[in-house]
Design a binder for this molecule. Structure first.
Ligand SMILES: *Cc1c(COP(=O)(O)O)cnc(C)c1O
Ligand code: SF4
Length: 349
């Protein structure tokens, strides 16, 4: 599959209609526009040496650095091994080919039911609602996904909603991407409105890292949209380390929970970032503290450029056993792995 670089600045779809003229960009949109894109700037901000910046710039390839300033502010200055920094700073290891690591490890191109609709598991369809993200995670399995070719456009979105309407076996739509919360409030409300008009749909799920990396995205209007829909709403956030979950994130999760929405977290097990019992326990406990249930702990998808993040399955299983033996059952995420062609994510024991 051809790899298209993900846009460095997530393309905010051009505003149309009378609302566009009335509204200045929201706070979160300004924060996104001001996100850090230059490795030298991030390294200087964190008092890291110029070598780190040069290495990072050389390692970016077609997947640029992108980090909101609020997220960078949660990193520890002077620490090149900071668990948040490692998730976003391009590493030289990305450029080293590794056997078994490919551009489309989940064969997602094969599960497109319509432009912008991935149809892999019974009952739920995954709608690619936006192409970019507010942060570029180096381990991301969609880092090579050619969004533009696969319906992540307004026309593609309309076709995907049509496809959902035409498939009565679907009871749940998952808004994903990229990051679906990059849609602005008006577009999101419009999309939710079109989905809730489909009688066979019962649940709306949103998979987004924005409440963590750019919590200002959780606007009054977003909370109002979650509150107003007839659909049961589930918001799955994505945090990998307790250090990501500061008071601004807690404020965002609590507001969504009050909407109401059920809040879950998915994390990826990442070597050097969160592959210790202490890190996983702290993450689970902090999530519960901010009203978010740990849902999935994913083994890394084997995407090209991410081999240095891989944790061997045996070690993952041992870690997970340690979690089960030290946390209440509800705080233990399911350890899972995605397999191309399977009817569900595989639970690993
Ligand atoms: C992960 C995923 C889902 C959701 O699976 P759940 O087990 O319900 O969380 C749905 N569709 C696709 C394509 C996915 O990758
Ligand atoms: S992991 Fe999520 S937020 Fe990060 S780049 Fe991938 S899709 Fe975007």
């Amino acid at each position: 599959m051809q790899s298209l670089p993900v846009a460095p600045s997530p393309p905010l779809p051009p505003e149309t209609g009378p609302a566009a003229a009335r509204h200045a960009p929201a706070t979160w949109q300004r924060e996104l526009a001001a996100a850090i894109r230059d490795p030298a700037e991030l390294c200087a901000l964190l008092a890291l040496d110029a070598d780190s910046a040069a290495t990072a710039r050389a390692a970016m390839g077609g997947f640029p650095l992108l980090v909101p300033r609020g997220f960078a502010a949660r990193m520890r200055p002077g620490d090149p091994r900071d668990p948040l920094l490692l998730q976003v700073l391009p590493a030289a290891a990305e450029q080293i080919p590794a056997a078994g690591f490919t551009a489309d490890p989940l064969d997602e191109a094969a599960t497109l039911a319509a432009p912008g609709l991935l149809r892999k598991y019974p009952g739920r369809g995954l709608l690619l609602a936006a192409g970019g993200c507010a942060v570029n995670c180096r381990y991301c399995f969609r880092r090579e996904f050619p969004y533009a070719e696969n319906g992540v456009t307004q026309a593609g979105l309309a076709a995907a909603v049509e496809a959902v309407a035409g498939d009565e076996t679907l009871t749940e739509v998952i808004l994903s991407g990229g990051d679906p919360l990059l849609l602005d409030d008006a577009r999101l409300a419009d999309l939710v409105g079109r989905l809730e008009a489909i009688p066979h749909l019962r649940r709306l799920r949103i998979h987004s890292r924005l409440p963590v990396v750019l919590p200002a995205r959780v606007t009054d209007a977003l909370v109002a949209t979650l509150a107003a829909t007839r659909l049961t709403t589930v918001v799955v956030i994505h945090a990998n380390h307790a250090q990501e979950l500061d008071a601004t994130v807690e404020h965002a999760t609590r507001r969504m929970a009050a909407a109401p929405a059920l809040l879950l977290n998915q994390a990826v097990l990442l070597a050097g970032v969160n592959d210790s019992l202490a890190a996983q326990r702290a993450l689970a406990e902090r999530l519960v503290e901010i009203g978010v249930m740990p849902y999935y702990l994913h083994l890394l998808d084997r995407v090209a450029g991410a081999a240095h993040f891989e944790v061997a399955a045996e070690r993952a299983i041992a870690l997970h056993r340690g979690l089960r033996e030290s946390l209440p059952g509800y705080a233990v995420p399911r350890l899972v792995r995605a397999r191309p062609g399977a009817r569900a994510k595989e639970w690993i024991q």
